[in-house]
Design a binder for this molecule. Structure first.
Ligand SMILES: Nc1ncnc2c1ncn2[C@@H]1O[C@H](COP(=O)(O)OP(=O)(O)O)[C@@H](O)[C@H]1O
Ligand SMILES: [Mg+2]
Length: 203
């Protein structure tokens, strides 16, 4: 549709209609992406998932995404070669995707998204998404998880509500550190898998 719009010479009223259509379809796309790009809604079955390879998938997808332009670089820097937790891979991919999209949109003039993963002290996983973007004031930070609250042009304000819900369902944690004009770091924590021996050895 956008290609069409630029090729056509339209009457003013039709042009206005076309603009509304484009804006609405963009809004709908964003909405679908925030929710359903990977994950079905609701509680999903969990099993053992390896997170380093999930993050690799995410960064490969990102590198081929139109929102990622030449001035963006995405660096995946895992401190470990693998870590498995108990979770739903599609929902976790949705979390990684939504956080990465926010990071990229926070860097309209370009910048670097650095994704790291390490083992937490208790054997769980610690993942960070660090951007060099616009950052947030303390007030903006307080409204982060409020549904429909968006600071981005054409945002739905729903991406982080989904993230929060999925993290909660995984008994995980999420925290933000941000400085206006400098960038934002999102930290995720996902608890370790129950040791197999716990349920396997019932006498
Ligand atoms: N990495 C970030 N840097 C700066 N602001 C952010 C970042 N992530 C989220 N935000 C702010 O939080 C708001 C809510 O994010 P989100 O729920 O994903 O909705 P959306 O992306 O549709 O706006 C964003 O609109 C933006 O104002
Ligand atoms: Mg978002």
């Amino acid at each position: 549709a956008e290609v069409l719009r630029s090729r056509l010479t339209l009457h003013e009223r039709d042009a206005r209609l076309m603009d509304i259509m484009l804006r609405e379809s963009d809004r709908l796309n964003k909405f679908v992406e925030d929710f359903l790009c990977f994950a079905r809604p609701g509680k999903q079955p969990k099993h053992s998932v390896e997170l380093v390879s999930l993050l690799r998938d995410t960064s490969t997808l990102l590198e081929n995404n139109p929102e990622v332009r030449k001035m963006h670089s995405i660096i995946l820097r895992p401190e470990i070669s693998q870590i498995a937790i108990h979770g739903n891979p599609d929902q976790l991919k949705q979390v990684f995707w939504n956080l990465s999209q926010n990071a990229l949109r926070a860097m309209p003039e370009g910048g670097t998204l650095t994704i790291q993963i390490a083992t937490a002290q208790d054997g769980g996983a610690r993942i960070t998404f660090q951007d060099t973007g616009i950052g947030m004031t303390r007030e903006e930070k307080e409204n982060l998880f409020q549904p429909f609250h968006s600071g981005f042009k054409t945002g739905t304000g729903l991406g982080l509500s989904i993230v929060f819900q999925i993290m909660d369902d995984h008994k995980g944690r999420i925290s933000y550190e941000s400085e206006k004009g400098r960038g934002t770091t999102v930290s995720l924590y996902l608890p370790p898998q129950e040791p197999a021996s716990k349920s396997a050895h019932v006498h």
